[in-house]
Write a protein that binds this ligand. Structure first.
Ligand code: PHE
Length: 344
């Protein structure tokens, strides 16, 4: 028994670890319920009564040694893990701080707003849930116009036409609100989200974003419209960008036109973006129909004006060549990170 104790004592004195699992193995080996010390106490029962006093002392001292060793190692392990918590190593490099980026549509919208602001336009906003009057009727949409059809419009309430409530299909509704609320002259742009009931694909979505514009004053003519939009395009896409106007139809403008610009990708030579025509359409425009002015309480004999509207996803496409519209609303950071800008 003494030999065993001598051997164990030597082992314990030599034992050293920084691993919690090794220390636990040590505890089980010596101090566990089936451990060596337990065995020694079993042996002790067989010791002759004369020897009990001596061995009792030796055995107790050995047990204390094992416990002291265990506690000492446990403490040093504990303070080691504790130290990384309580005394942070100030020389370690800090964790990176990632700055977000502006959404490409916000970048384009802000750029468009900046250009028109320099021309004296203010920004106007309105609700996304609209009534029939502001989205359609005031804008001279005939009762049976296909744009009122369930195909294009998300109706929230659909009754007679007049009381219909819908998600706005364009921000022209904001123009109506503005004209009703104030007195000419008006010079404003209306950025905002609009909704149309279309199947979602690479080329169409059930919502998109517009910037529309309105300019009403005495003696506003179609040449003011052309010059304003021409200037806008030079600012946005660079000097030398060509424009052309094609006759078109909108219920709320007369005459109406669509404006094309020379393809920003191939500069007019022909590519996929412009379907090899050299031109891409970017907006609709026209002189505000006198009916619309009268609907909004404006004297159409005295005042004239122009309006225009564009989808900014399309504008962004021509600037960044984004082939799938869905990317704009998926919030994939691999896409969004490509538009890193300085945020001020
Ligand atoms: N509101 C039209 C649209 O959403 C755009 C437009 C605005 C056209 C103003 C002409 C004048 O398509």
């Amino acid at each position: 028994m003494q030999d065993k104790i001598n051997q164990y004592t030597a082992d314990i004195n030599a034992f050293i670890t920084t691993q919690a699992d090794e220390l636990e193995a040590f505890r089980i080996k010596y101090l566990g319920t089936k451990g060596l010390i337990k065995d020694l106490f079993e042996d002790f029962k067989t010791v002759s009564p004369e020897e009990k006093r001596v061995f009792g002392k030796v055995l107790n001292e050995f047990k204390q040694l094992a416990e002291a060793k265990y506690n000492e190692l446990k403490e040093s392990l504990g303070t080691e893990t504790g130290s990384t918590k309580s005394e942070a190593d100030l020389t370690l490099p800090g964790e990176g701080f990632e700055l977000g980026s502006r959404h490409p549509l916000s970048l384009i919208r802000n750029e468009i707003i900046d250009i028109f602001k320099r021309l004296g336009f203010v920004v106007a906003e309105g609700p996304e849930i609209e009534d029939d009057w502001h989205n359609f009727s005031a804008l001279n949409f005939p009762e049976e116009h296909p744009a009122r059809d369930m195909q294009d419009t998300f109706f929230i309430k659909k009754n007679s036409g007049k009381d219909d409530i819908a998600l706005r299909t364009h921000t022209s509704s904001v123009q109506v609100r503005m004209m009703e609320a104030g007195k000419p002259p008006f010079r404003a742009i209306m950025p905002g989200r609009v909704y149309r009931n279309e199947a979602i694909s690479a080329r169409a979505h059930c919502f998109f974003h517009q910037v529309e514009g309105l300019y009403i004053d005495e003696n506003v003519s179609f040449s003011d419209l052309k010059q304003t939009l021409y200037h806008f395009v030079q600012e946005l896409y660079g000097d030398g960008t060509q424009v052309r106007f094609r006759p078109s139809y909108f219920p709320f403008t007369e005459p109406s036109a669509e404006m094309d610009i020379s393809c920003t990708i191939c500069k007019g030579a022909g590519c996929n973006m412009c379907k090899h025509t050299g031109w891409v359409e970017i907006l609709g425009c026209g002189m505000v129909d006198p009916n619309v002015l009268e609907n909004c309480g404006i004297d159409s004999k005295k005042f004239t004006g122009f309006a225009f509207g564009m989808g900014i996803e399309r504008i962004a496409n021509l600037k960044y060549v984004i082939r799938d519209l869905r990317l704009f609303s998926e919030n994939d950071v691999r896409f969004l990170n490509q538009f890193q800008t300085e945020i001020v």
